[in-house]
Write a protein that binds this ligand. Structure first.
Ligand code: CA
Length: 223
């Protein structure tokens, strides 16, 4: 999962970014609406966490603008204010969820995972594809009921394929959702990681679709 965090309070942004990064989430931070506006139109994210009190306008105004442009990714708004009208304005502008400051970092993580799952059309917290199950709430993968140990990057790649299943996912899309903008790998890096995942999950777990990308094998290979 790759998210954009729009927050002008540096300490708060850094604390939340660190905690989400530890949980395996790729986080980019924007300190104002203008930089966020540039990033949402040029980068691919799975969700946005948006502070409402920004130095260059209210977050709801930027959100309304994105929705008008057809940017449909899930948006969770952060507000320090308990005022009912702020939440109403946020939802009216196109927010999907909100958290009031001060918040528990874990709550943001759980809400983001649920929002991203829902955005892919999954209502159940556990997404099962063939022999593989992804517990989106716990952030864990099992194969035939046995836990699979994955690096953060392997988890992001697999999680994206499972959320998208049975759709074919292109290498470009994987690159955009799995890697940092600064360290974009060549397609060979993705091939190497898919090979590692196949060793951990079974050779048939991920199919290569020539010229198009990868997709999860929905049949399952069994033992
Ligand atoms: Ca603020």
């Amino acid at each position: 999962m790759k998210i954009l965090l729009v927050e002008d309070d540096n300490a708060l942004a850094q604390g939340l970014a660190d905690a989400l990064t530890t949980a395996g989430v790729l986080v980019q931070v924007a300190e104002d609406g203008r930089s966020a506006d540039f990033l949402v139109s040029t980068e691919r994210y799975d969700a946005v966490v948006l502070d409402l009190g920004l130095p260059d306008g209210n977050g709801t105004q930027w959100l309304a603008r994105w929705r008008e442009q057809g940017i449909d990714l899930p948006v969770l708004i952060l507000t320090a204010r308990e005022r009912w009208s702020d939440k109403a304005a946020g939802f009216s502008a196109g927010a999907d969820d909100y958290v009031t400051k001060p918040f528990e970092t874990a709550e943001i993580l759980f809400r983001l995972r649920a929002l991203v799952r829902r955005a892919h059309g999954h209502s159940h917290p556990v997404i099962t594809v063939g022999d593989i199950a992804l517990d989106t709430h716990a952030g864990q993968v099992t194969r035939l009921g046995m836990p699979v140990s994955l690096t953060a990057q392997e988890f992001r790649l697999l999680s994206h394929l499972i959320h998208a299943a049975p759709r074919i996912v292109s290498r470009t899309e994987l690159t955009e959702h799995v890697y940092d903008g600064d360290q974009e790998p060549d397609s060979n890096v993705i091939d190497v990681q898919v090979s590692r995942l196949r060793r951990k999950l079974g050779a048939d777990a991920i199919e290569t679709v020539r010229g198009q990308g990868y997709r999860m094998n929905t049949n399952g290979a069994g033992v």
